[in-house]
Design a protein around this ligand. Structure first.
Ligand code: RB5
Length: 144
C-alpha cells in the first residue's frame, strides 16, 4: 500500500502523528509537505501535490490534513478521479470507503483529537470498497 500524505501548517502536527502511527504498518508513506509547521502555507497547493500523485498512481491513497480538512476536501474533489472524504468519525471513514470508494482522506487537526484521527485513518485504510453493482454505478456517476 502506498500513501501520499500532505498538510498545511495547521495540519502539520497531526500529520506527524499519522506518519508515526503508519510506521507500524506495511505501507510506503510519501510526505509531500509541508515540512515545517511554523511557516504558513496554502492548503490548496499541498492538496494539489497529493491529488496529482494519487491520479498518477491508481490504487494509491491520499491523506491531506489542514485545520478543518474542509478546504483540502474541496480542492481535491474538483479533480476527476479523486474521491476525497472529510471524516470526523470512524463511521464516515468506513462508509466513504464502502459506498463512495474514497481514495483520499481529509482530516482536520483543529476539530479532530489525535487519538480519534488515528482510528479514522485505520478504519479508512482497513475498509475495502463494496463492489456491489449499485455502488459501482453510483461512484461512476460522480465523474460525469
Ligand atoms: C488555515 O488557517 C486553515 O484555513 C486551513 O488549514 C483549513 O482549515 C482550510 O480549510
Amino acid at each position: 500500500m502506498e500513501i501520499y500524505i500532505g498538510s498545511d501548517h495547521a495540519g502539520y502536527k497531526l500529520k506527524q502523528a499519522v506518519k508515526k502511527h503508519l510506521e507500524k504498518r506495511d505501507v510506503k508513506i510519501i510526505d509531500l509537505g509541508s515540512f515545517n509547521g511554523e511557516e504558513s502555507v496554502d492548503y490548496p497547493d499541498i492538496a494539489r501535490e497529493v491529488v496529482e500523485k494519487v491520479l498518477e498512481y491508481p490504487g494509491t491513497f491520499g491523506i491531506m490534513i489542514c485545520g478543518t480538512g474542509q478546504g483540502s476536501a474541496m480542492m481535491a474533489n474538483r479533480h476527476k478521479g479523486i474521491r476525497a472524504a472529510l471524516c470526523t468519525n470512524e463511521y464516515l471513514a468506513e462508509m466513504a470507503r464502502k459506498h463512495n470508494h474514497a481514495n483520499m482522506l481529509c482530516l482536520g487537526e483543529r476539530n479532530t483529537e489525535e487519538d480519534l484521527a488515528l482510528k479514522i485513518v485505520d478504519k479508512f485504510l482497513d475498509t475495502p470498497i463494496d463492489t456491489d453493482e449499485r455502488h459501482k454505478r453510483r461512484v461512476a456517476k460522480l465523474d460525469v
